[in-house]
Design a protein around this ligand. Sequence first.
Ligand SMILES: [Zn+2]
Length: 437
Amino acid sequence: MPDGVCHPASQMEHRRRVLPALLAAFLLVAACSGGDGDKAAGRSEGDSTAGETTAGAASPTAGAPGVGDPYYPGAGNGGYDVGHYALDLTWDPDAERLQGTATLTATATQALSSFSLDLAEVEVSAVTVDGADARWDGPAGGEMTVTPAQPLAEEAEFTVAVSYAATPLTADGSDAFAPGWFGRGGDMFVLFEPNGAPTLFPVNDHPTDKATYSFRITAPQDLEVAANGLLTGTEPGDGVNTWVYESSDPMASYLVQVVIGDLEFEESTGPGGLPIRHAFETGILGDIDPAVDRIGDMIAFYESRFGPYPFEAYGMVVVDTPLGLALETQTLSTFGTLLAEDEDVVAHELAHQWFGDDVSVATWQDIWLNEGFATYSQWMWSEHAGGPTADERAADESANPEAYPLPPADLLKPPTKTDFLPQTGSPPPSRRSSSTN
Ligand SMILES: [Zn+2]
């Protein structure tokens, strides 16, 4: 989870910094829960009435607007499975605006008269299905409905291309618990867990529909771009560069990362020749060297326990913002300056590449599995590295139940912010945090 779910470290120093991240994770879940309720009706932007397309042989019907997740019933969509996303976007830092086309290659799992994409209220200018103009409704309430000119047969592979422009919806970061993307005076990064991806691109936004990704991100020459996967080329243009990244292992949409900023890259080789590449906002590298330098050893240790590292590369991207959380964005975990030097959190996000990213939840209700394994993994690393043992860490955590106000795996709904607020008359959150030692 946004590490949020980086659990408290053994020392109070660590705990004080990490606990807010834990809260952030749950609050992040809570903060998003309202977004799924009001899917549905929206203004029409095509000339459509979103009506039934003439039925083909297989009696095509509309795909469901959600997969029925217990926490987020509207997340994801029914009727198709995405195999690949190609995001071709150009960043205008002055306007803080991304503009371009997202092309999804998908397979229909039923005969479809129309289907939904999860998409925030960006400005859509064109939609095609298999190259032919399609009608669309929305986006509104987090959904856009696409009606192809011809129904799609069950098992048909199709492409849907959406041209649009978007600006950061959580632009100033003032609400650290709202998933989305953060524009900061011409730079940007994203934190999507659990359901923020539709703020950046049209998506089947649920972990049960993983896909591969291609990123073609164009930005002015004085900015650099980092994204999931491997950089396969940089194409110079007129005052701009186009950065091409390929993420060839299937990835859940909440694990997408695109960072545009003044970045420095550091490349090395990990166990078995694994490419390790970090991206740091200029000027902050010196502060975070120690934890970063141990990543190769951490990978080797986890491989000895869990099996081979599951992806094509690993690294950290560290933005020059004091984020109280980190996120296990696939192949490129995301940190701010507060936690990037915290070895416990660094070990936690790395462990998520196995538990959470490679092996994923079927429903958001099971998110505790991601966090349980990643937390235990960071304790294993602590023990391996000569710190407190996993037993000691577990005992330490158990002795501080106030650090975990909600029971794991026993939630019928996402926690809400009020679940974490102090009771009337009890100490404020800051005091409660520091009392968990
Ligand atoms: Zn976590």
